[in-house]
Design a protein around this ligand. Structure first.
Ligand SMILES: Cc1cc2nc3c(=O)[nH]c(=O)nc-3n(C[C@H](O)[C@H](O)[C@H](O)COP(=O)(O)OP(=O)(O)OC[C@H]3O[C@@H](n4cnc5c(N)ncnc54)[C@H](O)[C@@H]3O)c2cc1C
Ligand code: FES
Length: 385
């Protein structure tokens, strides 16, 4: 029989295979096909409710929370996607995204793996306060950082920095569990060996699976350390891989890692379309960002007038969304990285700094909307939420 034209596309057979696997192991959402709204709500729920069924200490600074749904199916997700937790801590209602570190082919739970951030509100709460049995709410799975067989090479070169390992752990687990015809080379950069998340698991997996290669790279290695020390440089990547063609590069980690590794990849001649990077929240030190006006200090106070509300006290180095949440206002938010648009507010007067890469739609920019999660007030503002 003559093939349909779409059957000729690269990646078509992978998609057919993935659908077959999902049908075999997943939940049949089409049972609800006579009721499209129920069908859509199951796949894209506004909120999920979980209880914390287990807590695993991964390293001194990191725990995995296993989240089991209290009363609904878990929607399927792509390895690499995140969920956003909705939390109330003290009097602050806030959100934080966490990549799902478990495999997408098991449908009983989502794991999120959380590393402590010094002075951080939510990571310290999740690590120190949350106990087994506690109820936690989240969004459905979201994000674009996943393998798409139509566009991406089957040889994935993954560069992880610290807790940026989590989406890759899900991808690796999926490749191994499903026996997918895809290979992953993982460079995992960390400051210290004793804080490398999933180190033992990755060593074991890479010994057993010919498709998974794992290279930890330790910045502050101790004398006599036999492994790779330093940073993930272009020359390390070139020496390690036999060639650089037919590969897609994935990066996930702190902003400083992107500033260092992306120019290294560019020096190797890797084209921009072969480099994919996950968003990782607002920059930790915005005043170090290129383009930040040097005469303004992160601690400088600013007055934020909310139309119809009181005047709030903010700081130049604090994202507008954080100031609003501290005052008990809760604009919707999901990615906290300038990508999803949910946290838009209208700027009626005043100027904000938005780091390059905040994806504000053309029409939003035209009508004065900004993403409050990555907007830093450079002067007093008036805002409509
Ligand atoms: C898509 C995505 C996936 C992610 N996946 C993971 C994951 O799998 N695991 C993981 O551990 N993390 C992950 N993160 C990061 C996570 O969402 C949180 O950002 C992280 O846990 C820190 O949150 P926090 O509330 O502890 O820190 P925050 O309170 O948000 O603070 C972060 C930093 O900003 C500083 N800070 C706090 N308040 C202020 C302020 N008012 N002014 C100036 N600076 C301030 C803090 O000192 C700290 O250094 C992910 C982020 C994104 C966007
Ligand atoms: S929360 Fe996604 S753009 Fe701000």
């Amino acid at each position: 029989m003559k093939k349909m034209i779409f059957e000729e596309f690269d990646g078509y057979s992978d998609i057919v295979e993935e659908i077959a696997v999902s049908r075999k192991y997943g939940i049949d959402y089409t049972e609800k096909k006579d009721s499209p709204d129920q069908y859509i709500n199951l796949l894209h729920p506004q909120r999920l409710e979980f209880h914390v069924s287990d807590i695993f200490q991964e390293t001194p600074s990191t725990k995995t929370l296993r989240l089991v749904a209290t009363n609904q199916y878990l929607p399927p997700f792509q390895a690499g996607q995140y969920i956003t937790l909705f939390l109330e801590i003290g009097k602050i209602r806030t959100t934080r995204p966490y990549s799902i570190s478990s495999a997408p082919n098991q449908t009983g739970y989502y794991d999120v793996t959380v590393r402590r951030v010094e002075g951080g509100l939510v990571s310290n709460y999740l690590l120190d306060e949350v106990v087994k049995g506690q109820i936690i709410e989240s969004s459905g799975p979201a994000g674009n950082f996943y393998f798409n067989p139509l566009f991406h090479d089957r040889q994935m070169i993954c560069l992880a920095g610290g807790s940026g390992i989590t989406p890759f752990m899900s991808m690796i687990r999926e490749v191994v569990d499903r026996g997918l015809d895809r290979s992953i080379y993982l460079f995992h950069g960390n400051k210290d060996l004793d804080d490398v998340i999933f180190h033992e698991t990755l060593n074991t997996i890479s010994k057993r699976s010919k498709n998974i290669h794992y290279l930890p790279v330790i910045e502050n290695s101790e004398e006599g350390y036999q492994g790779q020390s330093g940073l993930i440089t272009g020359s390390l990547i070139k020496e390690t891989l036999d060639h650089l063609e037919d590969k897609t590069f994935y990066l996930c980690g702190p902003q400083e890692m992107y500033w260092f590794c992306i120019p290294e990849l560019e020096k190797l001649g890797i084209p921009a379309r072969k480099i994919r990077k996950e968003v990782y929240g607002p920059p930790a030190r915005i005043s170090d960002y290129p383009g930040w006006p040097q005469e303004i200090k992160a601690q400088d106070p600013v007055a934020i007038k909310i139309k119809g509300h009181k005047i709030l006290e903010g700081r130049a180095g604090e994202p507008l969304l954080v100031t609003l949440e501290k005052a008990g206002l809760v604009p919707p938010s999901l990615c906290r990285s300038g990508e999803c648009s949910l946290c838009r507010v209208k700027l009626l007067s005043g100027k904000v700094f938005q780091p390059p890469g905040a994806l504000v739609r053309k029409s939003d920019a035209q009508f004065g909307y900004v993403h409050s999660c990555v907007s830093y007030p450079l002067e007093d503002l008036e805002v409509l939420i």
